[in-house]
Design a binder for this molecule. Structure first.
Ligand code: ZN
Length: 188
């Protein structure tokens, strides 16, 4: 049974499967998505040499900024403004300031004696005002953790990749030597 070279799924019914001819071989795919991925770069999936050439890429959150607003001048401005506002609002000092701001209206809310007014103060004034910056701070911490992890994983992957490429190169050299020896043995 053939296997989808992109996602490694077994292809039960080849007559209905998406297919691509490459170097005289027919490859079958589970879906148009896998077929398109293969058609865009077949070597990636069939050529072990491609893996040796592949360079592990480091993707951090600031690399993705251009994807959200575009790489143009307006896009860069929007990204910079959004990041600056997020940094300003997303600090514990803003959380304390908003907390103090919310507390100004607490006595009035309590004095009203109205349950709805008090609940509205807790839910709308206090929680929304104070939780917003705290959640942003938490997300910044999580994002920094993710970036640090991406960086560490990237270094590990690059090291593994360098070693594997080196082993691959040595193996190819040995294969060439063995073929020469075999040729010499047959020529005798
Ligand atoms: Zn697939």
């Amino acid at each position: 049974m053939p296997t989808d070279p992109v996602c490694a799924m077994d292809i039960q019914d080849t007559s209905r499967a998406e297919q691509v001819q490459h170097d005289g071989t027919t490859f079958y795919f589970c879906s148009p998505g896998c077929r398109n991925a293969f058609a865009a770069a077949p070597r990636k999936y069939v050529d072990p040499g491609y893996a040796a050439e592949h360079r592990p890429r480091l993707v951090l959150s600031h690399h993705v900024g251009a994807k959200v607003h575009g790489a143009g001048a307006a896009g860069r401005f929007n990204t910079r403004l959004a990041v600056r506002i997020t940094r300003t609002v997303g600090s514990m000092w803003t959380a304390y300031a908003f907390g103090a701001l919310a507390l100004i209206s607490l006595p009035a809310a309590l004095r009203s004696g109205d349950v709805i007014v008090i609940i509205a103060w807790v839910a709308q004034t206090f929680l929304q005002l104070v939780l917003l910056p705290i959640i942003i701070v938490g997300q910044n911490v999580i994002q920094a953790t993710n970036d640090a992890r991406a960086q560490a994983d990237h270094e590990t992957l690059s090291a593994v990749h360098r070693l594997t490429a080196e082993v691959h190169r040595i193996n190819e050299g040995q294969t060439a030597i063995l073929e020469r020896l075999r040729g010499a043995g047959e020529g005798r």
